[in-house]
Design a protein around this ligand. Structure first.
Ligand code: UDP
Ligand code: MG
Length: 316
């Protein structure tokens, strides 16, 4: 809501896990940037179970500067849930989501705000370049976005991380989505509204270590795909059909060989083993894929709250 003077408010939502080396610098740079903008700032820091003193730093800052708010989750719930908690509590007319490690430079925010003032409701910050990341991570990220777009039929922009601005309307829409395995990048795209992108150069981490090793990124990728697409299940049907067809043709060949070349069909221990191993593999992969979906159904049916706040009694 614009306040009495008509000034609108921007919430900058920063989920963090052990970022004590980065938060002070983030605060400084953000304050400097927002001093040049007409919107008021609300810096909403979401502590995702930090143990390195960053939450204590944030708590002290929140006491000293009324623009800063701290939300502490009761333990580490993961980046996507921390963003969700922030969305649930953001008070601004627009929300910018950004990492705490200064890989998303606060200096890009005026570009995001400019597009928002033009009337766009989702403004992605798309990476023109990525500094200080391994080629493996860049390669996997680039492949993931392409596969996800093809499978999920959701046009997530290539190479956009979580850094983006969303309007209040989008925040309200996202609050309605309570699924457990959430891929916020996909969801902000899926909700619709007027969307656009600005590009920026992604910096290297300012301090500390990445909290997203390759295995965690891979898990997020699986969550993203299973939450948005059932096509892996359809593929298993396709693979199964192809395997049946190959088996059928092979049997036909054996029958024909029986008559045209009596005695010759006994060749093939190796091919029998190959067939068994191949079919075993296909079946296990299919069951595994099915299992991914079933386990997600199981987790959704429990209907647990997505997170708890450390300093407040549970509300839902
Ligand atoms: N983060 C979090 N909870 C987690 C893991 C990460 O809140 O369980 C935060 C982290 O502090 C950072 C952001 O999510 O602000 C992105 O993490 P990171 O920079 O480690 O990921 P990368 O940029 O290396 O992909
Ligand atoms: Mg980072």
């Amino acid at each position: 809501m614009p306040d009495a003077s008509g000034q609108r408010k921007l919430t900058v939502l920063v989920p963090f896990l052990n970022e004590v080396q980065n938060l002070p610098m983030l605060y400084e740079r953000l304050s400097a940037v927002m001093a040049t903008q007409p919107e008021a700032l609300e810096l909403l820091l979401v502590d995702d179970g930090s143990t390195d003193g960053s939450a204590e730093w944030a708590a002290a800052k929140a006491k000293e500067d009324p623009r800063v708010r701290l939300l502490r989750l009761s333990r580490n719930f993961g980046h996507q849930i921390a963003i969700t908690a922030g969305m649930d509590h953001a008070g601004g007319d627009a929300v910018v989501i950004m990492d705490a490690d200064l890989q998303d430079p606060p200096e890009v925010i005026p570009d995001l705000l400019a597009k928002w003032r033009e009337g766009f409701e989702v403004v992605y910050a798309v990476r023109r370049s990525r500094e200080g990341e391994t080629w493996m991570k860049k390669f996997l990220a680039a492949s993931f976005y392409r596969v996800f777009r093809a499978m999920a039929k959701v046009n997530v922009p290539m190479d956009a991380g979580d850094f983006r601005l969303v309007d209040r309307k989008v925040v309200e829409a996202l609050r309605e989505v309570r699924e457990l395995h959430r891929f916020m990048r996909g969801l902000t795209c899926w909700v619709g509204f007027r969307q656009t992108a600005v590009s920026y150069d992604r910096a290297a981490r300012h301090g500390g270590e990445t909290k997203y090793p390759v295995w965690k990124s891979a898990r997020l990728a699986v969550d993203a795909i299973t939450a948005f697409s059932a096509s892996p299940l359809r593929w298993t049907v396709g693979v199964g059909l192809v395997a049946c067809l190959v088996g059928l043709l092979w049997s036909l060949e054996l029958v024909v060989a029986h008559f045209t070349n009596p005695g010759g069909y006994e060749r093939g221990w190796v091919s029998v083993i190959a067939a068994i191993v191949f079919m075993g593999g296909v079946q296990l992969v299919s069951i595994g894929m099915l299992g991914q979906y079933v386990s997600r159904i199981f987790e959704e049916t429990k209907r647990r709250p997505l997170y708890f706040l450390r300093d407040q009694p549970p509300t839902r």
